[in-house]
Design a protein around this ligand. Sequence first.
Ligand code: NCD
Length: 322
Amino acid sequence: MNTPPAPAVSQLHPDGRLRHLLTLDGLPAATLGALLDAAQAYGAGAQSGSALRARLAGRTVCTLFFEPSTRTRSSFQLAATRLGADTLAFDVSASSTSKGETALDTMRTLEAMGVDCFVIRHADNGAVAALAAGARPATAFINAGDGRSAHPTQGLLDMLTIRGHKGADFSKLRVAIVGDIRHSRVARSDIHALRALGAREIRLCAPPTLLPEPDDRAGCIVAPTLQDALAGVDVVMTLRLQRERMQEGLVPSLAAYLAEYGLDGDKLRLAAPDAIVMHPGPLNRGVEITDEVADGPQSVILEQVGNGVALRMAVLEAVLAR
Ligand code: NCD
């Protein structure tokens, strides 16, 4: 994969507060921990009603998605609404983008209407950082997924979900990440977060054609088989098989993929008995995960979705804090 360009703008203010959230790569563990603590408090309902809605009252958050989304976009909208922000869900497909307007011009047009924070998904690596570099200094940017490069709020909500089951000390945790890691911005952000939080082992398992480049797997163990990857792990993260990879000849067939890399009940028994099973969605049921596992007692997939709202509240509040 192409190494994404380093963000041209700094994610942190000089005093260490979060200015944008573009990637988890290089963010201090203390920053991650503070966001997770704030999200945990929101998830526990520490505040409600008018006090909650006062937090971002008068601020405007715009979701600007150049790629499809179910979970990420909806949960950002809910998060912003719960904190009292005005929200604008910009519909790219029905906009002047289809008349050839550039993403930069679209962003600047909306910024001129008073948007304080953009939540952006784009197909190109580095696109959100590039838009942030072209904006006014006070406008905040949150990366909701850029190319294969990063999906930082997904990485954080995954850590929040792990913490909820395994506690805040990651130093004993063995984590397996299974599937199309090479094309996954989710896996990249999960690896960045797990490394920063000091996970004991990060095992990667994928067909050789879907393993990440050496730079992206630094500090991880590449497991030769799914059975090796799963032995004794505390957390299993499965990933969507991007079906277009089959057309590219990177995977022989869906049936062969399921047999070798799909997570079913028998394989899951190799993990620790209290292991949790995660997936960022959308699921390809019967390809990377069977119904039995996706809907089984060890699955925390819907909990991940729920945690996404609390985590995104914490991130919006951090970047919009006055
Ligand atoms: C992912 C994405 O778009 O990066 N979905 C998500 O945000 N939960 C994962 C995927 O598309 O496979």
